[in-house]
Design a protein around this ligand. Structure first.
Ligand code: HEM
Ligand SMILES: *[C@@H]1O[C@H](CO)[C@@H](O)[C@H](O)[C@H]1NC(C)=O
Ligand SMILES: *[C@@H]1O[C@H](CO)[C@@H](O)[C@H](O)[C@H]1NC(C)=O
Ligand SMILES: *[C@@H]1O[C@H](CO)[C@@H](O)[C@H](O)[C@H]1NC(C)=O
Ligand SMILES: *[C@@H]1O[C@H](CO)[C@@H](O)[C@H](O)[C@H]1NC(C)=O
Ligand SMILES: *[C@@H]1O[C@H](CO)[C@@H](O)[C@H](O)[C@H]1NC(C)=O
Ligand SMILES: *[C@@H]1O[C@H](CO)[C@@H](O)[C@H](O)[C@H]1NC(C)=O
Ligand SMILES: *[C@@H]1O[C@H](CO)[C@@H](O)[C@H](O)[C@H]1NC(C)=O
Length: 500
């Protein structure tokens, strides 16, 4: 067959997924979540502070908007081959931030890569990135810092084989699978699979909601040089999330600039157990039905209604209009005229998940050191009728569900690990309140290294804030994770690979 030059070029372009033009976004866009900046807005904001959005991997700054995302954890078995294929074949597939901001520049599948310390060791990279949590690996602070029961850990995370992870994001699993095949072909046997986890946004009206049913990804910090801040959104220096940028005070090797530490956690959610707990412990507001009193307890444990409306602004009944409006749904700080912030929990309990993990003006001045960008996605199927009827999560591994939790920060001990240890797991935090708040009722763990140790948060019942509602089991179970470094594109090109 004879091909004209034009049709040959068309065929050649079709073989290059990175060049195909999208007509629909690979991201989801629920009304409640902040819009990404347009390419023009981001270009101008980044130029002001000299941030290179073409050099920063795309997953770091965009938050919780993935539709389908595969986490493919790998072991490097042939470092030399891996390094040569990384520069020649993989680098052109890596998706920088700038490409995700307009539909017509998005690839078929966004590809990001990150390395554990073991992975850097395997590549012969000996520089100290300046983060002890990363260097030691997540298993090192599993029990004492994070509180996990190690026996619940997925064996791959407890072992030594996880050198890195590919994050493959698209709007269909077919695309993700096709891109994984392409990546594996390019790497030509230099890696093997250590473990993988398929994430996907929940179906239909639940899109954007995590498995307990709450809209997720509303409150991430605005980053100077990238975001256009919304009312109530805290604006933070890029160096809190990107190494070597303004606000990062640690000394780093120069090639680490514009990289970020990725804290990955596979957090199983026991949804039927959570639902039954809310019914069994429903509040007693006489103006509400039993169902509404159960909903209210859940909303107070989270600090937001399932819609996303913050209880600080909508204390007794949900407000779906407020929830869907990013101009309003993050515009609160727990203060109100005439409120005593040390005692008043009529709006939001001190122990609510969102308040424990971002106390806003409970801390004066407001905290600027302990923040993360959350970029996770739900995994696993919807609750089955049988699970719902029994109030118990199935033990069938194919029915496990939860959150593939991803947090980006430039310092893990100030970011994810700090929030989990010093805030969520600390019964006395938020300090200075009339009643100690107790451990985070969603993600806290009552025993260090032991699951299902009773937790005793106060403040959940607005009619008696000193009342303690005992939670006898964990609704979120850590199945383990690892700490990774998500390098810049220039680091992949010049330091991690051997060159094309
Ligand atoms: C399965 C586990 C988890 C679930 C179901 C969950 C759920 C949620 C939900 C529904 C929100 C409110 C929506 C929003 O503001 O985006 C939220 C906010 C948040 N979560 Fe989680 N989360 C989980 C794990 C974690 C972990 C492990 C951390 C950190 C250690 C964390 C830190 C935060 C932070 C910082 C916020 C924002 C608070 C604010 O700025 O108001 N979450 N989470
Ligand atoms: C931004 O990063 C890209 C990718 O590493 C690089 O090609 C480009 O030269 C950088 N631009 C500037 C102005 O440094
Ligand atoms: C994608 O690949 C996984 C693993 O090979 C497989 O189980 C799944 O069926 C594939 N999905 C689709 C939609 O092709
Ligand atoms: C891939 O591996 C095979 C041997 O397994 C080798 O013959 C071939 O040259 C390799 N291709 C590349 C691009 O390295
Ligand atoms: C119930 O509604 C009545 C009448 O509006 C109000 O006075 C009372 O404070 C409400 N009770 C609670 C617990 O909100
Ligand atoms: C909290 O928000 C209110 C309303 O936007 C604002 O007037 C007040 O200054 C804020 N308080 C603190 C301590 O930031
Ligand atoms: C779960 O079961 C309860 C009855 O125990 C029922 O009211 C509810 O609709 C069920 N939920 C789902 C999602 O099937
Ligand atoms: C499930 O929990 C609900 C709410 O507590 C309860 O009404 C129902 O009887 C429970 N079902 C089983 C099988 O325990």
């Amino acid at each position: 067959m004879k091909l004209s030059l034009a049709s040959f070029l068309v065929a050649a372009v079709a073989l290059q997924p990175a060049l195909s033009v999208r007509t629909n976004s690979l991201l989801i866009d629920p009304a409640a979540l902040p819009a990404l900046p347009s390419a023009q807005q981001a270009a101008s904001a980044s130029a002001d502070v000299g941030l290179n959005l073409t050099n920063i991997q795309g997953d770091i700054l965009i938050g919780m908007k993935k539709n389908k995302e595969l986490f493919f954890f790998f072991t490097i078995v042939n470092p030399t081959l891996f390094r040569s294929q990384l520069g020649s074949g993989i680098l052109p597939l890596i998706t920088p931030t700038s490409q995700l901001l307009a539909v017509d520049t998005q690839p078929t599948t966004a590809v990001n890569i990150a390395f554990s310390q073991r992975g850097l060791n395997a590549l012969g990279i000996t520089d100290d990135l300046g983060d002890t949590a990363f260097t030691n690996g997540q298993i090192d602070n599993v029990a004492t810092i994070l509180g996990d029961e190690t026996s619940n850990w997925e064996p791959a995370f407890a072992g030594t084989g996880i050198h890195g992870v590919f994050l493959l994001a698209s709007d269909t699993i077919d695309n993700v699978n096709a891109t994984l095949s392409q990546v594996q072909n390019i790497l030509n046997g230099s890696i093997t699979e250590a473990y993988s986890l398929q994430g996907q946004a929940r179906p239909g009206d639940e899109q954007g909601h995590e498995h307990f049913g709450f809209m997720d990804g509303i409150s991430n910090p605005a980053v100077t040089g990238f975001s256009t801040p919304l009312p109530g959104q805290q604006v933070l220096d890029p160096g809190l999330f990107l190494l070597g940028e303004s606000g990062d005070l640690v000394s780093r090797p120069s090639w680490a600039k514009d990289g970020s530490f990725l804290a990955f956690r596979q957090l199983q959610q026991r949804v039927p157990e959570f639902n039954a707990f809310l019914v069994d412990n429903a509040l007693s507001n006489p103006n509400l039905t039993a169902d509404q009193n159960a909903e209210l307890l859940g909303a107070r444990m989270m600090g937001r209604w399932k819609s996303g409306a913050p209880v600080d602004l909508a204390p007794t009944v949900d407000d779906p209009v407020l929830a869907a409006d990013p101009q309003q749904n993050n515009n609160f700080n727990y203060t109100h005229p005439g409120f005593d912030e040390a005692t008043d929990q009529t709006h939001c309990p001190f122990s609510a998940h969102v308040r424990k993990t971002n106390p806003r003006s409970d801390l004066n001045p407001e905290d600027t050191a302990n923040h993360i960008i959350r970029a996770g996605i739900p995994y696993g199927p919807e609750v089955t009728d049988a699970e719902n009827a029994s109030n118990v999560s199935s033990t069938d591994p194919s029915l496990e569900r939860g959150l593939a939790f991803v947090a980006y920060q430039s310092d893990i001990n100030n970011g994810f690990a700090f929030l989990q240890q010093n805030w969520a797991n600390n019964a006395n935090f938020i300090f200075g309140k009339a009643t100690p708040p107790g451990i985070d009722p969603i993600i806290g763990t009552g025993g260090l290294g032991q699951a299902d140790v009773p937790r005793t948060p106060s403040g959940l019942d607005p009619s008696d804030p000193t009342r303690i509602i005992t939670i006898n089991q964990d609704f979120v179970v850590s199945r383990g994770g690892e700490y990774f470094f998500s390098p810049s594109l220039s680091a992949i090109q010049n330091t991690l690979s051997l060159g094309a």
